[in-house]
Each structure stands twice: as C-alpha cells, then as structure tokens.
Ligand binder design. Structure first.
Ligand code: MG
Length: 439
C-alpha cells in the first residue's frame, strides 16, 4: 500500500467524488465521512470472576469510538480470537456509518454463518457502530430507533428458595424492593430445582453417577405446588414467572404448562429445548400458560415460525447472542403484528453493554414485554461509567449519547481474565442412570 493509498483510506473524503461528498455531507448534517481505523479487544473479569469481552472500535474522527460486547462465558477465548484475527482486520477502512451494510457483509463474511461465536462478534461490531452513530448525532441510541415508547424499562427480579416458605420470603423481599415482575425458582440444584433426587439417593446403576439426579416427573409434581403456595401467601398481584431451562420433554412440558395455568403466570420460560420447539403448538392447544422461549437461540430467524404461528408469547434471546441491536430491533418489529413480546435475557454472567443494548431496543419498541434483571457490583460501576441502574424494578440508562456507557481501560486492566478452569464449560445435569439432561 502506498502512502497516497493510506491517506485516501484514512481520510475517506479524499477518495470520494465531489458530488458524493456533498450528498454524504447533507445526509450527516455536514459531518465528514467516517472510517473505522482500528480496534481494541478488552478482556476483563470485572473484579468478580466475569468473562467479559468488549470491542472498542476506533474511527477517523479524533476521540470518537464505539463500544460493543462479544462476551461468551463458555467459549471466551474463541470469541477473542475471532475478534482479533478475523473480524477486526476485516473492518479496517470500512465506513462506520453503514450499520446495516456492515452487519450484512460481516454476517456473510464467514461463509458458514450464525452460531454463538459468529453472532457474538457480530454483536460487538453492531453495538459499537450504533454507539458511534449515537455519539455523532449527540443522541442516545433509542432516539435513532424511534424514540421512547415508554418512560423506563420494567425488569423481572430473581427470587427462590430451598423450601416453600423461603420462596415466599424471597418473593416478598422482591416486592418490597419495588419489583412487580418476579421469577421464582425452587429447591437445591440450580435450574431444574424441585426435580432433583439428592446425591447418592435413589436406585442407581452399580459404579454409576452419584450426583444430584434430575427426574422430570418429580419436577412436574413439585413446581405447581410451589406456585400454589406462593400465590396463597402473596396473592395474584405480582406477575410471576418460572424458568424450566429446557429440562423437560414434550408431554411433560405440556403437563407442567397445564398445571401452572391456575396461577396466572407472566410466563413459563424455556419449558422445551430448542431441539423440541414443535411441541409448542400442542401446548397452545391445551392451556393458556404464556410461553417465553429462546434463551439459547443464536439466530433470530429461529423465532419466525413460533411467532408467525402465534404459539409463543415472549421472545427472550440475549441481544449479544443474536448479532446485536440491528437483529434485536428487527425481531421486535416482527413480534408486533403477531402479538408476541420481547423479554431479552440477562443472566448473572452477562455484562453492562449488553444490558444497555437491550435497553435501547426495549424502550423504543411497541412489542416490548419485560427484561430480565441484572445488577453489578461497585467494581463494575467504577470500571464502566454510565452503567444502567435498576431502581424500584425499572431499568434506567444514563441518557448520554450513543449507548451511554464507557470503559476505563486502566481499571479493566486491573481485572484480567485469569485462568478459565475446565475450559469454561457449562455444568451438566444427569439422570439417575447417568444420562445427560439438556440445559
Ligand atoms: Mg432462562
């Protein structure tokens, strides 16, 4: 590359014919063309054992950059390599303002597309581009998406307990904090709790698996009793939901949905694994328990038949898992005419940039339903000024231009990723006979 070519690439305007320059200037309120000139991948544990991967996109305008997230708790280093070795170098010299074009060309850049790693890095790019556009326009991203369709974003809290009274006390504590929407989990063993046979108990194969063992029928018998008890103590006012985390097969998914109907759920979440989504039509035929689906979907098109056939009520993917703000907004637009709503996923290992990306789509979308709660420790607020806040059950963005959040790289550097034990794998539940249960 010659010095002249370099000059053209980084100044952009010099490479454009005069008429095109004038048109570009009109379209951007007189701002000069903007090129992507570099990138940084920022990996940090945030002072609390997170595995967060952020992308900082640098531009030809001095001091103007965008932030996005590619965080993937279970394939962290694959995402770092995909950004550093593949997406980043491809981006240099591209026009930062052409978000849709860059999303499409980045999506097809890998030839084999979709999947969590590809769409994580696509999300990082997409969010950073929206952040840049918002900062340039001096507006929060939601203004560019159509402006506020509500005053703030309600979130559902996480409650639960190892026994019925502990679950009730936890729901009451959430209500006292101001939450109107509350997810209730139950028992020991994490997701699937209420369905586990304790370690070493039950009839097991000789020399076989001895850990807590998940049993579908036990779970289906237990969970409705929990909600019957909780409703008897707190009444019908709080909107309650429950996450089955894909642990059930078809008929048991129908049976749990049917038995929960009297307790007027906000939704039952992921009662089926993504491999078994065709059962949602059968659930719809026998009961009215609303269904929230798609936490582990990584392609927004996976939702199309479920939404168009009106067999689910909430699309609840993670924005940073499906490719960012651009596909999340399209998903919300698809939901609207079919009466489906969004319930973007958060989860404890998630990061503040993803939370804010979801917020900007939520607050500007008619199809918004609810967002999952996520709160961060002081070390994260110190590292990331502009972090969203939840007060009395509502999520508030900073109101600053772009996504409204920044990262102090010196603070992030104090919290390196560190060793990721066991390859970072998600835990595996098993049955009494030692078979794998879908997470
Ligand atoms: Mg879930």
């Amino acid at each position: 590359m010659t010095r002249r070519d370099m000059w053209k690439m980084f100044l952009g305007a010099a490479a454009m014919p005069a008429a095109a320059q004038q048109q570009a200037a009109r379209a951007t309120n007189g701002l000069p063309p903007l090129k992507i000139t570099g990138f940084k991948v920022i990996a940090t544990n945030g002072g609390r054992g997170y595995r967060w991967i952020f992308l900082k996109l640098l531009t030809s305008e001095p001091g103007l950059y965008g932030l996005g997230t590619a965080s993937n708790h279970y394939q962290t280093h694959a995402v770092i390599a995909a950004l550093e070795k593949h997406l980043g170098p491809w981006l240099i010299g591209k026009e930062a303002g052409r978000i849709e074009d860059l999303w499409q060309s980045a999506h097809y850049r890998t030839y084999w597309r979709n999947g969590p790693v590809n769409n994580n890095v696509l999300s990082a790019l997409d969010m950073a581009l929206w952040d840049i556009k918002g900062k340039r326009a001096n507006m929060p991203v939601y203004e560019l998406l159509g402006g506020k369709a509500r005053d703030a974003v309600p979130c559902y809290d996480h409650a639960g307990g190892r026994d019925m009274d502990a679950a009730v006390a936890s729901v009451q504590a959430s209500m006292a904090k101001g939450f109107r929407h509350i997810r209730v989990q139950y028992g020991a063993g994490g997701y699937g709790g209420g369905g586990f046979i304790p370690a070493k108990q039950g009839n097991r194969p000789e020399d076989g698996y001895q850990g807590p063992a998940f049993d579908e029928e036990t779970y289906v018998n237990t969970i409705p009793k929990v909600f019957e008890y909780v409703r008897s103590k707190v009444g019908m006012e709080p909107k309650l939901c429950h996450d089955a985390h894909s642990h059930l097969s078809g008929i048991n998914a129908i049976e749990l949905s049917r038995r929960l109907q009297p307790y007027q759920m906000l939704f039952l979440e992921d009662v089926l694994a993504p491999e078994q989504i065709h059962w949602y039509k059968q659930i719809r035929q026998v009961c009215t328990t609303p269904q929230a689906v798609g936490e582990v979907f990584s392609h927004p098109y996976e939702y199309v038949p479920l939404i168009v056939d009106r067999v689910i009520d909430f699309a609840r993917c993670r924005v940073s898992a499906i490719g960012g703000i651009t596909p999340a907004k399209k998903l919300a637009v698809l939901c609207e005419p079919f009466g489906c709503k969004t319930a973007f996923q958060e989860g404890g290992e998630n990061d503040p940039i993803n939370q804010l990306a979801a917020y900007h789509v939520d607050i500007s979308s008619t199809a918004f339903g609810i967002q999952e709660e996520n709160a961060f420790p002081p070390s994260v607020h110190e590292m990331m000024p502009g972090c969203a806040e939840i007060r009395k059950g509502y999520l508030y963005g900073s109101g600053k231009p772009g996504l409204g959040i920044d990262i102090d790289e010196a603070v992030a550097a104090k919290y390196p990723l560190g060793e990721i034990r066991n390859g970072g794998a998600y835990g595996t539940d098993r049955t009494l006979e030692g078979a794998v249960v879908r997470p």
